[in-house]
Design a protein around this ligand. Structure first.
Ligand code: IMP
Ligand code: MG
Length: 440
C-alpha cells in the first residue's frame, strides 16, 4: 500500500457564519481533484460555484460535481431531503453536468429528511416568536435532532420500503404527539403523504445510494486527491458557535472526518475561508454589525443576500475575536481571504481584535449568546485601516493588489493568528484569485 501523502487530503471549512466564499475556493481546486466529499448540512446550506461563467447553486452536492472526471460523495453527516435532492440533481443535469451512479454517491447512512422536518422547523420558529433562531426553515435541525433522538431514518432504508414505512410511521407518531391541542395536523405528519415521496426516491435516488465509507477508504488507499467540503461556518457549529444561534451540525475541522464517514483523517490540509468582512443571516448577537450606510454599501456591492433564503445578510466589520476562536479550533494550515474586492472604495475599515465586557477587555469568544450580547467591539488606534480605490477585480498576482489592501490583509492574518496565507479572492469566478502556493 502506498504511503498517504500529506497533500492528498484537503478539507475546506468556513471560518465564521457561513457564506465566506467556500464555493469559490473549492471551485479553484475542483479541477485538480479525484473525489469531493460533502460532510454536513442539507438544504440549509447554499453554495454557489461559478465555473466557466456558469453559475451552479449547490445545496447537497459538493463542488466536485462541476468536474466531470471527479467523483462526488454525499457523506453520512449530510441530510438528504429526497425531493430536494432529486430537484437539485435534475437542475444540475439540465445545466449540462453529468450525474450518474458512477460519479455521484450518497451514503446509506446519510439522514432522510421529509417535509415533516420542514413543517416542524416552522412550527418551532413560530413558537419561539421574536427571539427565534432565524433558521432557514429547511428542516435540517429537526432531522439532526431525530438522529440523536434515535427516530431518524438512514436514507439507505428507501431500498427497504416496508422497513422505511415502519420507521417513518414511528417518527410521525412522535411528531403528531408534539402538537399542542388546537394546532392543525400538517399533511406532512401523516404516513400516506410519503407513498409518492418514497416512490420518487426509489426511482430516482436509489441508484446513488451506497456505502460511501468503503469507497472513500479505497480512494485514500489509492492515493487519490480528495477534497472534503464542510458547509456553513465555525461560528454556526452546534458546540463551538454562538449558541443557541447555531446550526445543528459540527462545522469545525474535527467534524470533517466524522461527517465524511471516517473516524479520523490522517494528515489533512485544512483550508479555512475567511471573508474580508463579516456577514450573518438569522438571529444572534453580532458584535461588529454595521447598521449604517457602510453596511448597506457592502451588502449592495457584495450582493449579500442568502443563497438559500434570499434574506438580506447582516453585515459587519471583520471580527478578529471570532476569527481567532475559529482558527484555534480548526488549526488551519492554509487561509483563504475572500471578497476583499468588495471593500474597494469603502471608508472606515477596522478590525475588531477584542471585546469590552463589563468594563473589561476580553479576547475570548463567549460560550453563550447571552454573554456575547453584553460585549461591545473594542478598538485600538492600530485596528483602523486606510481604504483604497484601486479596482483589483480578477487580479492574479499579489503585486497587482492595492498596497492598502495588502496592509489590511496583513492585519486580517494577524487577527486570525494561525495558518499561512494561501489564497486571496479577487472576484466571483474560480480563476479570480491570487494563489500563493500550490495545494496539490
Ligand atoms: P438552520 O441550519 O436552518 O437550522 O439555521 C440555523 C442558523 O444557521 C440560522 O441562523 C441560519 O441562518 C444559519 N445558517 C445555516 N446554514 C447556513 C449557511 O450555509 N450559511 C449561512 N447561514 C447559515
Ligand atoms: Mg451559503
Amino acid at each position: 500500500m502506498s504511503r498517504i501523502k500529506e497533500s492528498q487530503l484537503v478539507g475546506i471549512i468556513g471560518a465564521k457564519w457561513g457564506d465566506e466564499g467556500k464555493g469559490k475556493v473549492s471551485s479553484n481546486l475542483v479541477p485538480q481533484i479525484d473525489v469531493g466529499v460533502g460532510i454536513n448540512g442539507g438544504r440549509n446550506a447554499g453554495h454557489t460555484a461559478i465555473v466557466d461563467g456558469v453559475e451552479y447553486k449547490l445545496h447537497i452536492a459538493p463542488g466536485s460535481v462541476t468536474n466531470p472526471d471527479a467523483q462526488s460523495l454525499i457523506g453520512p453527516g449530510k441530510i438528504v431531503h429526497t425531493d430536494g435532492a432529486i430537484e437539485e440533481i435534475n437542475t444540475l443535469r439540465y445545466q449540462g453536468l453529468r450525474i450518474d451512479p458512477d460519479n455521484f454517491m450518497i451514503s446509506e447512512r446519510a439522514a432522510f429528511s421529509g417535509d415533516y422536518h420542514q413543517d416542524w422547523d416552522k412550527i418551532m420558529e413560530e413558537r419561539r416568536g421574536k427571539g427565534g433562531i432565524g433558521t432557514t426553515l429547511k428542516g435540517v435541525g429537526p432531522a439532526y435532532t431525530d438522529r440523536v433522538q434515535r427516530i431518524g431514518i438512514p436514507i439507505g432504508l428507501i431500498n427497504h420500503p416496508d422497513l422505511f414505512m415502519e420507521e417513518l410511521d414511528k417518527a410521525l407518531g412522535d411528531y403528531r404527539g408534539r402538537l399542542h391541542s388546537g394546532e392543525d395536523v400538517p399533511d406532512s405528519f401523516r404516513l400516506d403523504y410519503y407513498e409518492p415521496v418514497l416512490e420518487r426516491a426509489r426511482q430516482q435516488l436509489s441508484p446513488f445510494i451506497t456505502n460511501t465509507t468503503s469507497i472513500l477508504i479505497a480512494k485514500i488507499n489509492e492515493g487519490k486527491r480528495i477534497l472534503f467540503e464542510a458547509s456553513h461556518g465555525a461560528m454556526l457549529d452546534i458546540t463551538y458557535g454562538d449558541y443557541p444561534y447555531v446550526t445543528s451540525s459540527g462545522c469545525v475541522a474535527s467534524a470533517i472526518a466524522y461527517g465524511a464517514g471516517l473516524g479520523v483523517i490522517p494528515n489533512m490540509e485544512i483550508i479555512a475561508v475567511y471573508k474580508a468582512y463579516e456577514s450573518k443571516v438569522g438571529g444572534g448577537f453580532f458584535p461588529t454589525e454595521l447598521l449604517d450606510r457602510k453596511g448597506d454599501l457592502i451588502r449592495e456591492k457584495g450582493h449579500e443576500f442568502g443563497t438559500t433564503t434570499r434574506r438580506p445578510r447582516r453585515i459587519g466589520d471583520f471580527d478578529g475575536v471570532a476569527s481567532r476562536h475559529s482558527a484555534n479550533l480548526s488549526f488551519p494550515t492554509k487561509i483563504a481571504i475572500t471578497r476583499g474586492d468588495i471593500l474597494t472604495n469603502i471608508d472606515g475599515l477596522k478590525i475588531c481584535n477584542a471585546y469590552e465586557l463589563n468594563g473589561q477587555v476580553v479576547t475570548e469568544f463567549p460560550f453563550h449568546d447571552i454573554l456575547l450580547r453584553q460585549c461591545r467591539p473594542y478598538y485600538r488606534r492600530e485596528d483602523y485601516y486606510d481604504g483604497w480605490s484601486e479596482d483589483f477585480q480578477g487580479v492574479t498576482h499579489y503585486g497587482d493588489l492595492s498596497y492598502n489592501f495588502q496592509q489590511y490583509t496583513i492585519g486580517l492574518m494577524e487577527a486570525i493568528g494561525r495558518g499561512e496565507l494561501w489564497m486571496i479572492g479577487t472576484g466571483p469566478e474560480d480563476k479570480d484569485a491570487v494563489v500563493l502556493s500550490s495545494i496539490f
